[in-house]
Design a protein around this ligand. Sequence first.
Ligand SMILES: O=c1[nH]c(=O)c2[nH]c(=O)[nH]c2[nH]1
Length: 287
Amino acid sequence: MGITLGANQYGKAENRLVTVSRQGSRHEIRDLTVSTALRGDLADTHLTGDNSKVLATDTQKNTLYAFAKQQPPGQIEEFGLRLARHFTGSFEQITGARVIIDEHAWQRIDDHDHSFARSGEEKRTTTVTVHNGQEWVVSGLRDLVVLKSTGSEFHGFPRDRYTTLPETTDRILATAVTARWRFAHLDVPWDKSFAEARQAMLAAFADTHSLSLQQTLYAMGKAVLEAREEIAEVRLSLPNKHHFPVDLSKFGLDNDNEVFYAADRPYGLIEGTVLREEAPEPGPAWD
Ligand SMILES: O=c1[nH]c(=O)c2[nH]c(=O)[nH]c2[nH]1
């Protein structure tokens, strides 16, 4: 019984690419998930392990980050065509390339220069508890994804033998906000209360020059309490969605916070409560 190699392709899937471009102090961001797949004369590696025709998937990944630096990605169709033409045009054995790109949409927060919110994933939430004739309401939201492309620093933390994180005075700060707030009383215009609490958090995120995500968390919780008197306590859970500048120096390219790798895990998880000192007891509200 004869056995033969059929159709095959290989590449780097789901590269997370975020680019920041600046017109003065006004930033534009692009957020793409890019997958590459190459086809061609690739029987040898499958049949004997001879890799002499294999353009490594790691190289494919580096190529898209370097391309993003050398020329703004432009429309995703243009970026895909540039990459696919490069792979098929540069290597004789590569006869086909497929580039799949998803673009994640961001909108400015209040027309801010460098603060953005991602459209589409957010949910408004509530938990209502009635117990022994008493009533509690905890409302909030989850998956409100926000990003600042500057105005965030992180330094001054202790260094031990396991510390490698460089100090930074300019980084991307991004998180997916989960917030829940507890009402002190229930005579509340629910829609208006929600809209103003949400807006207060967004404005605090955008306007706080952040020295840590913890500091931003406190500012967001405080803003909610200042905006709405009926809210007694806010609990926030903020994953630090790390964006690492890609080291392009190996390709002779600088990277002045323009091209980032958006890591999905692991992530820092910053959680905290901000409350009024005179807040009534929570009872079973959070349980
Ligand atoms: O805002 C931050 N808070 C931290 O506690 C932390 N830890 C870390 O590695 N990066 C960051 N960033």
